[in-house]
Design a binder for this molecule. Structure first.
Ligand code: A2P
Length: 295
């Protein structure tokens, strides 16, 4: 059994999903199939991950009815713009082999070309109005990006997917999301993603944290399970990535225990304010060079 969250447009989304960022295409179909067989009903992918086709293959292999699975994907910045983003929907659904998406989000703000971000979001609004997607949202938006978007568009995003694990909790973004009725979804929810080889001491792996290890021991659970439970009890969605069948199962065995208020507070106190991933406010022109292939 999973926890469900109700989005701001009334659509229900399973809180816990399988993430596939950095899942090699050749391992992705098996990971998705394994997850669905274990009871996962939410998969999060992205055009930029290069594995939408394999996510679709995993869906078909598992044989779970399409309307039982919540399918989320993201439009990459090189496809921002009104017509480009409408076409990005066709590319995504073509690769996934589905007619409709449950959630389509902008992968990140194009901070130095925000007009294109707005136009992309307006295309999402059109897709929503046409019934091609059940909900729309954003990713890696900070408070000021949300403010700028909301000032220029009509539909409040259902979801803002941001980097969020015990060492980086982004309280201001979470607050902004809550103020607008936007659900916060955690990427890298157990802090496991490695973006930069040779990280310094400041980017310690939260999976090794002592406070979390002790809480895990007290529940006879693992640190990853404690962190996922923390997200769920804080009312967030989380999409842990794994291609390892044992860890895919481990990450789903989080519905049979509760953290205490003190334990939640102890985890919240671990925040160091240091990102593992890129800063959404730093323009990276190379993002626009990445061409998302046709379906
Ligand atoms: P793998 O695919 O080999 O399991 P996050 O989604 O928080 O960024 O974490 C993803 C990373 O953490 C991946 O490298 C993944 O590797 C690893 N991982 C996933 N689940 C677990 C777990 N339960 N315990 C330890 N590492 C995990």
């Amino acid at each position: 059994m999973t926890d469900d969250l109700v989005l701001n447009n009334g659509v229900t989304m399973p809180a816990l999903g399988l993430g596939v960022f950095q899942s090699p295409p050749e391992e992705t179909a098996a990971a998705v199939e394994t997850a669905l067989n274990l009871g996962y009903r939410h998969i999060d992918t992205a055009a930029a991950y290069g594995n939408e086709r394999e996510v679709g293959e995993g869906l078909r292999r598992a044989g779970v009815a399409r309307d039982e699975v919540f399918l989320e994907t993201k439009v990459w910045v090189s496809d921002f713009g009104y017509d480009e983003t409408l076409h990005a929907f066709d590319k995504a659904t073509g690769k996934l082999g589905v007619d409709r998406l449950d959630l389509l989000i902008l992968h990140q703000p194009a901070t130095d070309r925000f007009d294109r971000t707005i136009a992309a979001y307006q295309a999402l609004e059109k897709l929503l109005a046409d019934g091609k997607v059940r909900a729309i949202g954003v990713s890696n938006f900070m408070r000021h990006h949300l403010d700028d978007l909301l000032a220029a568009t009509t539909v409040v995003p259902a979801v803002n997917q941001i980097e969020l694990h015990p060492y980086f909790t982004q309280p201001d973004v979470q607050k902004a999301d809550a103020e607008h009725g936007i659900l916060t979804q955690a990427w890298s929810p157990i802090g496991g993603i490695t973006f930069y080889p040779g990280w310094g001491e400041e980017r310690k792996n939260v999976l090794q944290d002592q406070v979390i290890a002790e809480i895990a021991k007290s529940h006879d659970k693992t640190p990853a399970q404690v962190m996922l439970r923390w997200h769920l009890q804080e009312g967030r969605s989380a999409i842990p990535k794994s291609t390892n069948p044992g860890r895919i199962a481990e990450n789903f065995a989080v519905f049979d225990f509760d953290l205490t208020t003190e334990q939640l507070s102890a985890i919240n106190a671990l925040d160091r304010g240091i990102r593992n991933g890129p800063d959404p406010d730093v323009p990276r022109t190379e993002m626009f060079d990445r061409v998302i292939p046709e379906a």
